[in-house]
Design a protein around this ligand. Sequence first.
Ligand SMILES: Nc1ncnc2c1ncn2[C@@H]1O[C@H](COP(=O)(O)OP(=O)(O)OP(=O)(O)O)[C@@H](O)[C@H]1O
Length: 271
Amino acid sequence: MSDDVIVQCIDVNTRFGAHHVLKNVNLTVRPGETVGLVGESGSGKTTLGRAILGIGPVSSGRILFEGQDIAGVAPRDRKGNAAAIQAVFQDPYTSLNPSMTIEDILVEPIVARRQASVDEARARVRTLLDQVALPSDAAYRYPREFSGGQRQRVAIARALALSPHLIVCDEPVSALDLSTQQRVLDLFVEIQDRTGVAYLFVSHDLSVVRHISHRVAVMRGGEIVEFGDCDQVTANPQHDYTRRLLLAAPVADPVRQADRRAALRALNSGA
Ligand SMILES: Nc1ncnc2c1ncn2[C@@H]1O[C@H](COP(=O)(O)OP(=O)(O)OP(=O)(O)O)[C@@H](O)[C@H]1O
């Protein structure tokens, strides 16, 4: 992980009419790191993710991606490599076109971005499936033939098809059962180790976020109330709201259990 910044939100505000949803949000993501964005429902996480993706509004402020201000600029209007930011969304049941084979789903973005010819893109499909641990014959099947976890692997492969530098992952494991969640989270980590891609990982569930994040931003009522190294934020939360999120987060991993105990000690000591 480098000290450079791949994306930097500077005083970002979003208003929907009179509803001030994002309030002076400042956030950075470095190349190759995972920033977890956690907060309760309605706190503005998806609004921020959509703003970075260029599919949601920004009322004021700047979003610098690799040095270029992309706030309020739709992906098709972005200069440079617009494909460098990709997304994985929550629901693998609605995010894949049911009438397309997996091969066509993976080929489409590559060809649409003119990154390769159809034949070249088809040749890449096997590598993409391999990256997400799906067999190569998955290419000729349809989304309905796969489980939720497998569909999410296809969605991840589709995001990887364009060799992104950043993937905005919006609740990507929330629709999956617990053991599938774990395997998909492990896959995100493996892919990052292999490709160096950065993630902004949005979740309401701190136990998910802490599993894979280098840094954690805690959002409440449209504001980032705490932002720091994952271990520091979870072991020694500075904000009362973070402590409450920690107490609400179930933890299965024994290493993380120790962190949780530390968090509870900090809470009890009034730190
Ligand atoms: N297009 C929109 N028009 C009006 N209000 C919106 C719009 N999109 C989001 N909001 C409002 O902005 C607030 C934040 O929503 P957002 O989806 O960003 O929260 P969230 O933290 O991602 O919550 P969840 O975890 O439930 O998805 C909510 O009050 C929501 O109703």
